[in-house]
Ligand binder design. Sequence first.
Ligand code: UDX
Ligand code: ADP
Length: 445
Amino acid sequence: MSIKNITCIGAGYVGGPTMAVIALKCPKIKITVVDSNSSKIDKWNGPIDNIPVYEPGLSDIIKKTRNKNLFFSPNIKSGIESAEMIFMAVNTPTKQIGEGAGMAADLKYVEACAKDIAKFSKNNKIVIEKSTLPVRTAEKIKDILKKNSKVEFEVLSNPEFLAEGTAINDLFKSDRVLIGGDNTKSGKKAIKSLVEIYEKWIPKEKILTTNVWSSELSKLASNAFLAQRISSINSLSAICEKSGADIDELSKAIGMDHRIGPHFLKASVGFGGSCFKKDILNLVYISRSYGLDEVADYWESVIKINDFQKNRFVKKISSVFNNNLKNKKILILGWAFKANTNDSRESASIYVTEKLHNLGAIIDIYDPMVSSSKVFSDIELFWKFNFDKSRINFVRTLPKSTYQYDIAAILTEWEDFKEIDYGNTEVFDGRNILKNKKITNYYEI
Ligand code: UDX
Ligand code: ADP
Protein backbone atom coordinates (compact mmCIF):
# COMPACT_ATOMS: atom_id res chain seq x y z
CA MET A 1 0.00 0.00 0.00
CA SER A 2 1.39 3.37 -0.93
CA ILE A 3 1.04 5.74 2.01
CA LYS A 4 -0.34 9.25 1.38
CA ASN A 5 -1.24 10.40 4.92
CA ILE A 6 0.75 9.88 8.08
CA THR A 7 -0.20 11.05 11.55
CA CYS A 8 2.20 11.10 14.46
CA ILE A 9 0.82 11.23 18.00
CA GLY A 10 3.32 13.10 20.19
CA ALA A 11 5.04 16.34 19.16
CA GLY A 12 8.09 16.00 21.40
CA TYR A 13 11.82 15.41 20.96
CA VAL A 14 11.18 12.23 18.96
CA GLY A 15 7.94 13.00 17.07
CA GLY A 16 8.87 16.56 16.01
CA PRO A 17 12.29 15.99 14.39
CA THR A 18 11.41 12.54 12.98
CA MET A 19 8.28 13.77 11.22
CA ALA A 20 10.06 16.90 9.98
CA VAL A 21 12.68 14.73 8.25
CA ILE A 22 10.08 12.33 6.78
CA ALA A 23 8.15 15.37 5.50
CA LEU A 24 11.29 16.77 3.88
CA LYS A 25 12.24 13.48 2.25
CA CYS A 26 8.72 12.48 1.18
CA PRO A 27 7.07 15.66 -0.18
CA LYS A 28 4.14 13.67 -1.59
CA ILE A 29 3.09 12.40 1.84
CA LYS A 30 0.96 14.65 4.05
CA ILE A 31 2.16 14.46 7.64
CA THR A 32 0.18 15.65 10.62
CA VAL A 33 1.70 15.78 14.09
CA VAL A 34 -0.89 15.88 16.89
CA ASP A 35 -0.45 16.31 20.63
CA SER A 36 -2.76 16.53 23.63
CA ASN A 37 -0.70 19.52 24.80
CA SER A 38 -2.25 22.30 22.67
CA SER A 39 0.19 24.98 23.82
CA LYS A 40 3.03 22.82 22.48
CA ILE A 41 1.21 22.62 19.14
CA ASP A 42 0.80 26.44 19.19
CA LYS A 43 4.56 26.75 19.66
CA TRP A 44 5.26 24.39 16.71
CA ASN A 45 2.99 26.62 14.62
CA GLY A 46 4.48 29.86 16.02
CA PRO A 47 7.72 31.82 15.38
CA ILE A 48 10.47 29.62 14.03
CA ASP A 49 12.97 30.69 16.72
CA ASN A 50 10.61 29.53 19.46
CA ILE A 51 9.61 26.00 18.41
CA PRO A 52 9.53 23.63 21.42
CA VAL A 53 12.56 21.53 20.47
CA TYR A 54 16.01 23.05 20.00
CA GLU A 55 17.95 20.85 17.61
CA PRO A 56 20.62 22.03 15.15
CA GLY A 57 19.20 22.08 11.60
CA LEU A 58 15.59 21.48 12.67
CA SER A 59 14.23 24.99 12.22
CA ASP A 60 15.47 25.10 8.58
CA ILE A 61 13.53 21.91 7.82
CA ILE A 62 10.43 23.22 9.58
CA LYS A 63 10.66 26.41 7.49
CA LYS A 64 10.73 24.33 4.29
CA THR A 65 7.92 21.89 5.17
CA ARG A 66 5.53 23.53 7.62
CA ASN A 67 2.06 24.08 6.15
CA LYS A 68 3.22 22.50 2.87
CA ASN A 69 3.16 18.79 3.73
CA LEU A 70 3.88 19.03 7.49
CA PHE A 71 1.11 20.16 9.83
CA PHE A 72 0.90 20.50 13.61
CA SER A 73 -2.57 20.13 15.06
CA PRO A 74 -4.30 19.66 18.42
CA ASN A 75 -7.08 17.66 16.72
CA ILE A 76 -6.21 14.06 17.58
CA LYS A 77 -9.51 12.68 16.27
CA SER A 78 -9.20 14.02 12.74
CA GLY A 79 -5.47 13.23 12.71
CA ILE A 80 -6.27 9.57 13.38
CA GLU A 81 -9.22 9.43 10.99
CA SER A 82 -7.30 10.79 8.04
CA ALA A 83 -4.14 8.66 8.26
CA GLU A 84 -3.32 5.27 6.78
CA MET A 85 -0.24 5.06 9.00
CA ILE A 86 0.01 6.28 12.62
CA PHE A 87 3.24 6.72 14.56
CA MET A 88 3.04 6.67 18.35
CA ALA A 89 5.76 8.94 19.72
CA VAL A 90 4.44 9.63 23.20
CA ASN A 91 6.57 9.67 26.32
CA THR A 92 7.17 6.49 28.34
CA PRO A 93 8.64 7.65 31.67
CA THR A 94 9.52 5.34 34.55
CA LYS A 95 6.46 4.36 36.61
CA GLN A 96 6.04 6.39 39.79
CA ILE A 97 3.33 4.33 41.48
CA GLY A 98 1.91 0.80 41.36
CA GLU A 99 3.57 -2.47 40.39
CA GLY A 100 7.09 -1.91 39.09
CA ALA A 101 7.25 1.68 40.44
CA GLY A 102 10.71 3.19 40.01
CA MET A 103 11.67 0.50 37.49
CA ALA A 104 9.13 -0.37 34.80
CA ALA A 105 8.06 1.95 31.99
CA ASP A 106 4.79 3.75 32.57
CA LEU A 107 2.65 2.81 29.59
CA LYS A 108 -0.31 5.02 30.45
CA TYR A 109 0.38 7.46 27.60
CA VAL A 110 0.87 4.64 25.10
CA GLU A 111 -2.32 2.98 26.28
CA ALA A 112 -4.31 6.23 26.07
CA CYS A 113 -2.93 6.71 22.59
CA ALA A 114 -3.95 3.17 21.52
CA LYS A 115 -7.46 3.74 22.91
CA ASP A 116 -7.79 6.94 20.87
CA ILE A 117 -6.61 5.13 17.74
CA ALA A 118 -9.20 2.40 18.31
CA LYS A 119 -11.95 4.92 19.03
CA PHE A 120 -11.41 7.21 16.05
CA SER A 121 -10.35 4.75 13.32
CA LYS A 122 -12.94 4.06 10.67
CA ASN A 123 -10.75 2.00 8.34
CA ASN A 124 -7.73 -0.33 8.58
CA LYS A 125 -4.47 1.24 9.70
CA ILE A 126 -0.81 0.55 10.31
CA VAL A 127 0.20 1.55 13.85
CA ILE A 128 3.87 2.08 14.55
CA GLU A 129 5.58 2.09 17.96
CA LYS A 130 8.22 4.82 17.88
CA SER A 131 8.54 5.38 21.63
CA THR A 132 10.97 3.19 23.60
CA LEU A 133 8.91 0.41 25.07
CA PRO A 134 9.41 -2.76 27.05
CA VAL A 135 9.51 -6.01 25.11
CA ARG A 136 6.06 -7.34 24.17
CA THR A 137 4.31 -3.96 24.37
CA ALA A 138 3.07 -4.45 20.82
CA GLU A 139 0.99 -7.32 22.16
CA LYS A 140 -0.65 -4.98 24.70
CA ILE A 141 -1.30 -2.39 22.01
CA LYS A 142 -2.85 -5.06 19.77
CA ASP A 143 -5.11 -6.17 22.63
CA ILE A 144 -6.33 -2.63 23.25
CA LEU A 145 -6.94 -2.02 19.55
CA LYS A 146 -8.78 -5.33 19.13
CA LYS A 147 -10.97 -4.87 22.21
CA ASN A 148 -11.99 -1.33 21.31
CA SER A 149 -12.42 -1.39 17.55
CA LYS A 150 -13.75 -3.42 14.67
CA VAL A 151 -11.22 -2.30 12.06
CA GLU A 152 -7.98 -4.22 11.36
CA PHE A 153 -4.65 -2.90 12.66
CA GLU A 154 -1.15 -4.01 11.86
CA VAL A 155 1.30 -3.07 14.64
CA LEU A 156 4.96 -2.48 13.78
CA SER A 157 7.91 -1.62 15.99
CA ASN A 158 10.20 1.04 14.52
CA PRO A 159 12.37 2.28 17.40
CA GLU A 160 14.05 5.67 17.21
CA PHE A 161 17.84 5.73 17.50
CA LEU A 162 18.39 9.48 17.16
CA ALA A 163 20.50 11.21 19.79
CA GLU A 164 19.46 14.70 20.83
CA GLY A 165 21.80 17.42 19.64
CA THR A 166 22.58 15.42 16.46
CA ALA A 167 19.02 14.26 15.70
CA ILE A 168 18.79 15.67 12.18
CA ASN A 169 22.06 14.17 11.06
CA ASP A 170 21.16 10.87 12.75
CA LEU A 171 17.85 10.83 10.88
CA PHE A 172 19.45 11.77 7.55
CA LYS A 173 22.25 9.21 7.86
CA SER A 174 20.92 6.51 10.15
CA ASP A 175 23.33 3.66 10.96
CA ARG A 176 20.27 1.45 10.58
CA VAL A 177 16.51 1.64 10.48
CA LEU A 178 14.87 -1.19 12.36
CA ILE A 179 11.37 -2.38 11.51
CA GLY A 180 9.77 -5.22 13.42
CA GLY A 181 6.54 -6.80 12.26
CA ASP A 182 4.55 -10.00 12.13
CA ASN A 183 5.53 -12.75 9.75
CA THR A 184 2.05 -12.89 8.23
CA LYS A 185 0.80 -11.74 4.84
CA SER A 186 -0.64 -8.49 6.24
CA GLY A 187 2.37 -8.02 8.56
CA LYS A 188 4.76 -8.28 5.62
CA LYS A 189 2.63 -5.85 3.62
CA ALA A 190 2.75 -3.30 6.44
CA ILE A 191 6.53 -3.68 6.79
CA LYS A 192 6.86 -3.09 3.04
CA SER A 193 4.87 0.16 3.25
CA LEU A 194 7.20 1.51 5.93
CA VAL A 195 10.34 0.28 4.16
CA GLU A 196 9.21 2.19 1.05
CA ILE A 197 9.11 5.41 3.04
CA TYR A 198 12.60 5.07 4.51
CA GLU A 199 14.01 3.90 1.17
CA LYS A 200 13.50 7.44 -0.12
CA TRP A 201 16.76 8.39 1.61
CA ILE A 202 18.20 5.43 3.55
CA PRO A 203 20.23 2.82 1.60
CA LYS A 204 18.36 -0.50 1.37
CA GLU A 205 21.06 -2.47 3.16
CA LYS A 206 20.65 -0.28 6.25
CA ILE A 207 16.97 -1.10 6.64
CA LEU A 208 16.69 -4.13 8.85
CA THR A 209 13.45 -6.07 9.24
CA THR A 210 12.94 -8.40 12.21
CA ASN A 211 10.16 -9.81 14.30
CA VAL A 212 8.45 -7.35 16.66
CA TRP A 213 10.05 -8.58 19.88
CA SER A 214 13.62 -8.45 18.50
CA SER A 215 13.00 -4.90 17.36
CA GLU A 216 11.64 -3.81 20.75
CA LEU A 217 14.48 -5.49 22.66
CA SER A 218 17.15 -4.14 20.28
CA LYS A 219 16.27 -0.60 21.27
CA LEU A 220 16.64 -1.31 25.00
CA ALA A 221 19.80 -3.31 24.36
CA SER A 222 21.41 -0.57 22.23
CA ASN A 223 20.83 2.06 24.88
CA ALA A 224 22.02 -0.29 27.63
CA PHE A 225 25.25 -0.99 25.69
CA LEU A 226 25.92 2.72 25.15
CA ALA A 227 25.27 3.59 28.79
CA GLN A 228 27.41 0.66 29.91
CA ARG A 229 30.38 2.04 27.96
CA ILE A 230 30.02 5.38 29.74
CA SER A 231 29.81 3.73 33.14
CA SER A 232 32.84 1.60 32.29
CA ILE A 233 34.96 4.61 31.38
CA ASN A 234 33.61 6.57 34.35
CA SER A 235 34.54 3.78 36.74
CA LEU A 236 38.05 3.91 35.29
CA SER A 237 38.18 7.68 35.74
CA ALA A 238 37.92 7.08 39.50
CA ILE A 239 40.95 4.76 39.30
CA CYS A 240 42.81 7.39 37.26
CA GLU A 241 42.19 9.97 39.94
CA LYS A 242 43.81 7.73 42.55
CA SER A 243 46.61 6.34 40.43
CA GLY A 244 47.74 9.36 38.40
CA ALA A 245 46.78 7.85 35.02
CA ASP A 246 45.02 10.22 32.62
CA ILE A 247 41.49 9.20 31.69
CA ASP A 248 41.54 10.81 28.24
CA GLU A 249 44.82 9.12 27.38
CA LEU A 250 43.29 5.88 28.59
CA SER A 251 40.14 6.37 26.45
CA LYS A 252 42.30 7.01 23.40
CA ALA A 253 44.43 3.95 24.02
CA ILE A 254 41.41 1.70 24.58
CA GLY A 255 39.44 3.12 21.65
CA MET A 256 42.23 2.52 19.12
CA ASP A 257 41.53 -1.19 19.38
CA HIS A 258 39.18 -1.67 16.40
CA ARG A 259 37.20 -4.23 18.38
CA ILE A 260 36.37 -1.56 20.96
CA GLY A 261 36.21 1.59 18.80
CA PRO A 262 36.67 5.24 19.85
CA HIS A 263 33.06 6.38 20.41
CA PHE A 264 31.23 6.77 23.69
CA LEU A 265 34.38 6.59 25.79
CA LYS A 266 34.32 10.16 27.11
CA ALA A 267 34.49 10.26 30.88
CA SER A 268 31.89 12.57 32.37
CA VAL A 269 29.98 13.57 35.46
CA GLY A 270 27.42 10.99 34.33
CA PHE A 271 25.01 10.30 31.53
CA GLY A 272 21.60 11.93 31.48
CA GLY A 273 18.75 12.16 29.00
CA SER A 274 15.33 10.62 28.88
CA CYS A 275 16.46 7.20 27.64
CA PHE A 276 19.48 5.59 29.27
CA LYS A 277 18.35 5.33 32.89
CA LYS A 278 14.77 4.56 31.96
CA ASP A 279 15.72 1.86 29.46
CA ILE A 280 18.17 0.17 31.80
CA LEU A 281 15.62 0.18 34.63
CA ASN A 282 13.25 -1.39 32.16
CA LEU A 283 15.78 -4.06 31.28
CA VAL A 284 16.41 -4.72 34.97
CA TYR A 285 12.67 -5.01 35.59
CA ILE A 286 12.18 -7.38 32.67
CA SER A 287 15.16 -9.51 33.77
CA ARG A 288 13.82 -9.83 37.30
CA SER A 289 10.36 -10.68 36.06
CA TYR A 290 11.90 -13.55 34.07
CA GLY A 291 13.76 -14.67 37.26
CA LEU A 292 17.12 -13.59 35.80
CA ASP A 293 18.48 -11.89 38.91
CA GLU A 294 22.16 -12.05 37.91
CA VAL A 295 21.34 -10.37 34.61
CA ALA A 296 19.29 -7.74 36.42
CA ASP A 297 22.14 -7.04 38.89
CA TYR A 298 24.61 -6.72 36.03
CA TRP A 299 22.63 -3.99 34.27
CA GLU A 300 21.67 -2.26 37.51
CA SER A 301 25.38 -1.71 38.24
CA VAL A 302 25.53 0.60 35.18
CA ILE A 303 23.16 2.98 36.97
CA LYS A 304 24.99 2.58 40.28
CA ILE A 305 28.25 3.74 38.69
CA ASN A 306 26.43 6.68 37.11
CA ASP A 307 25.15 7.77 40.54
CA PHE A 308 28.59 7.13 42.05
CA GLN A 309 30.16 9.43 39.46
CA LYS A 310 27.80 12.33 40.25
CA ASN A 311 28.47 11.90 43.98
CA ARG A 312 32.21 11.66 43.36
CA PHE A 313 32.11 14.99 41.52
CA VAL A 314 30.35 16.72 44.44
CA LYS A 315 32.72 15.14 46.98
CA LYS A 316 35.71 16.32 44.96
CA ILE A 317 34.48 19.92 44.99
CA SER A 318 33.73 19.74 48.67
CA SER A 319 37.08 18.19 49.61
CA VAL A 320 39.02 21.00 47.92
CA PHE A 321 37.21 23.38 50.33
CA ASN A 322 37.86 21.26 53.45
CA ASN A 323 34.32 19.87 53.24
CA ASN A 324 32.82 23.27 53.90
CA LEU A 325 30.85 24.82 51.03
CA LYS A 326 28.71 27.09 53.20
CA ASN A 327 28.25 30.45 51.43
CA LYS A 328 30.75 29.53 48.73
CA LYS A 329 29.73 31.14 45.43
CA ILE A 330 29.36 28.53 42.71
CA LEU A 331 28.69 29.07 39.02
CA ILE A 332 26.93 26.07 37.44
CA LEU A 333 27.72 25.97 33.74
CA GLY A 334 25.17 23.88 31.89
CA TRP A 335 21.72 22.56 32.77
CA ALA A 336 20.94 20.54 29.61
CA PHE A 337 21.85 16.83 29.80
CA LYS A 338 24.22 17.30 26.86
CA ALA A 339 25.24 20.07 24.46
CA ASN A 340 23.07 21.27 21.56
CA THR A 341 19.73 20.51 23.16
CA ASN A 342 17.31 22.38 25.43
CA ASP A 343 16.35 19.09 27.10
CA SER A 344 17.25 18.70 30.77
CA ARG A 345 15.63 15.35 31.50
CA GLU A 346 17.81 13.33 33.93
CA SER A 347 20.59 15.90 33.56
CA ALA A 348 23.52 15.39 35.94
CA SER A 349 23.22 19.11 36.64
CA ILE A 350 19.89 18.74 38.46
CA TYR A 351 21.41 16.25 40.88
CA VAL A 352 24.83 17.83 41.38
CA THR A 353 23.39 21.32 41.90
CA GLU A 354 20.93 20.01 44.49
CA LYS A 355 23.78 18.45 46.49
CA LEU A 356 25.85 21.65 46.31
CA HIS A 357 22.84 23.70 47.38
CA ASN A 358 22.22 21.35 50.31
CA LEU A 359 25.83 21.87 51.41
CA GLY A 360 25.08 25.59 51.84
CA ALA A 361 26.54 27.02 48.62
CA ILE A 362 25.20 30.14 46.87
CA ILE A 363 24.43 29.09 43.31
CA ASP A 364 24.25 30.84 39.94
CA ILE A 365 23.10 28.72 36.97
CA TYR A 366 23.77 29.42 33.31
CA ASP A 367 22.74 27.43 30.24
CA PRO A 368 22.60 28.81 26.68
CA MET A 369 19.42 26.93 25.71
CA VAL A 370 17.49 25.87 28.79
CA SER A 371 15.17 28.65 29.97
CA SER A 372 15.02 30.05 33.49
CA SER A 373 11.44 28.78 33.89
CA LYS A 374 12.52 25.25 32.92
CA VAL A 375 15.42 25.34 35.39
CA PHE A 376 13.14 26.42 38.24
CA SER A 377 10.42 23.93 37.32
CA ASP A 378 13.06 21.14 37.36
CA ILE A 379 14.24 22.36 40.75
CA GLU A 380 10.72 22.39 42.15
CA LEU A 381 9.92 18.98 40.72
CA PHE A 382 13.10 17.11 41.55
CA TRP A 383 14.23 18.83 44.74
CA LYS A 384 10.65 18.47 45.97
CA PHE A 385 10.29 22.18 46.87
CA ASN A 386 12.95 21.71 49.52
CA PHE A 387 15.27 24.60 48.68
CA ASP A 388 16.29 28.12 49.61
CA LYS A 389 15.40 30.32 46.63
CA SER A 390 17.53 33.18 47.96
CA ARG A 391 20.64 31.06 47.24
CA ILE A 392 19.74 30.18 43.63
CA ASN A 393 19.89 32.56 40.72
CA PHE A 394 19.61 32.14 36.95
CA VAL A 395 22.18 33.98 34.82
CA ARG A 396 20.80 35.13 31.46
CA THR A 397 23.93 35.73 29.42
CA LEU A 398 27.19 33.86 29.07
CA PRO A 399 29.52 35.13 31.82
CA LYS A 400 32.72 36.62 30.37
CA SER A 401 34.70 35.69 33.46
CA THR A 402 34.29 33.83 36.74
CA TYR A 403 36.24 36.21 39.00
CA GLN A 404 33.30 36.71 41.36
CA TYR A 405 32.93 32.96 42.01
CA ASP A 406 34.86 30.59 44.28
CA ILE A 407 33.96 27.66 42.07
CA ALA A 408 32.90 27.04 38.46
CA ALA A 409 31.37 23.62 37.79
CA ILE A 410 31.04 22.54 34.15
CA LEU A 411 28.18 20.11 33.76
CA THR A 412 27.32 20.30 30.04
CA GLU A 413 29.84 20.26 27.21
CA TRP A 414 28.70 23.54 25.58
CA GLU A 415 31.45 24.97 23.35
CA ASP A 416 30.71 28.50 24.69
CA PHE A 417 32.22 27.60 28.05
CA LYS A 418 35.66 27.47 26.45
CA GLU A 419 35.48 31.25 25.89
CA ILE A 420 35.13 32.20 29.57
CA ASP A 421 38.07 33.70 31.47
CA TYR A 422 38.35 31.52 34.58
CA GLY A 423 41.18 33.45 36.28
CA ASN A 424 41.95 31.90 39.67
CA THR A 425 38.51 30.38 40.22
CA GLU A 426 38.59 26.69 41.13
CA VAL A 427 37.27 24.98 37.98
CA PHE A 428 35.70 21.52 38.21
CA ASP A 429 35.28 20.18 34.71
CA GLY A 430 32.63 17.45 34.69
CA ARG A 431 33.08 17.01 30.92
CA ASN A 432 36.85 17.48 30.55
CA ILE A 433 36.34 20.12 27.85
CA LEU A 434 38.86 22.66 29.17
CA LYS A 435 41.72 20.24 29.51
CA ASN A 436 44.14 22.06 27.22
CA LYS A 437 43.25 25.56 28.42
CA LYS A 438 45.92 25.89 31.12
CA ILE A 439 43.59 27.06 33.86
CA THR A 440 45.28 27.73 37.21
CA ASN A 441 43.06 25.71 39.54
CA TYR A 442 41.73 22.95 37.34
CA TYR A 443 40.17 19.62 38.29
CA GLU A 444 38.94 17.11 35.72
CA ILE A 445 36.52 14.28 36.34
C1 UDX B 1 20.54 8.15 23.44
C2 UDX B 1 21.04 7.21 22.33
O1 UDX B 1 22.36 7.61 21.95
C3 UDX B 1 20.08 7.23 21.14
O2 UDX B 1 20.49 6.29 20.17
C4 UDX B 1 18.68 6.91 21.61
O3 UDX B 1 17.74 6.99 20.54
C5 UDX B 1 18.24 7.85 22.73
O4 UDX B 1 19.20 7.81 23.80
P1 UDX B 1 20.60 10.78 23.84
O5 UDX B 1 20.24 10.43 25.24
O6 UDX B 1 19.77 11.80 23.13
O7 UDX B 1 20.57 9.48 22.91
O8 UDX B 1 22.12 11.32 23.80
P2 UDX B 1 23.55 10.60 23.88
O9 UDX B 1 24.44 11.23 22.89
O10 UDX B 1 23.44 9.13 23.82
O11 UDX B 1 24.08 11.03 25.32
C6 UDX B 1 23.50 10.53 26.51
C7 UDX B 1 24.29 11.01 27.71
O12 UDX B 1 25.56 10.35 27.76
C8 UDX B 1 24.58 12.51 27.73
O13 UDX B 1 24.41 13.01 29.04
C9 UDX B 1 26.04 12.59 27.30
O14 UDX B 1 26.69 13.74 27.77
C10 UDX B 1 26.59 11.32 27.95
N1 UDX B 1 27.82 10.82 27.32
C11 UDX B 1 27.81 10.43 26.01
C12 UDX B 1 28.98 10.69 28.07
O15 UDX B 1 28.99 11.01 29.26
N2 UDX B 1 30.11 10.17 27.48
C13 UDX B 1 30.12 9.77 26.18
O16 UDX B 1 31.18 9.30 25.71
C14 UDX B 1 28.94 9.91 25.41
P1 ADP C 1 10.00 12.08 23.63
O1 ADP C 1 11.39 12.48 24.02
O2 ADP C 1 9.77 10.59 23.78
O3 ADP C 1 9.58 12.59 22.29
P2 ADP C 1 8.39 14.18 24.86
O4 ADP C 1 7.92 14.30 26.26
O5 ADP C 1 9.33 15.19 24.31
O6 ADP C 1 9.01 12.70 24.74
O7 ADP C 1 7.14 14.10 23.86
C1 ADP C 1 6.03 13.27 24.03
C2 ADP C 1 4.77 14.04 23.67
O8 ADP C 1 3.65 13.15 23.68
C3 ADP C 1 4.41 15.17 24.65
O9 ADP C 1 4.36 16.40 23.95
C4 ADP C 1 3.02 14.78 25.21
O10 ADP C 1 2.16 15.89 25.39
C5 ADP C 1 2.49 13.86 24.10
N1 ADP C 1 1.47 12.90 24.54
C6 ADP C 1 1.54 12.04 25.58
N2 ADP C 1 0.44 11.28 25.64
C7 ADP C 1 -0.36 11.65 24.61
C8 ADP C 1 -1.64 11.21 24.12
N3 ADP C 1 -2.30 10.21 24.69
N4 ADP C 1 -2.15 11.84 23.04
C9 ADP C 1 -1.46 12.83 22.43
N5 ADP C 1 -0.26 13.28 22.83
C10 ADP C 1 0.29 12.70 23.90
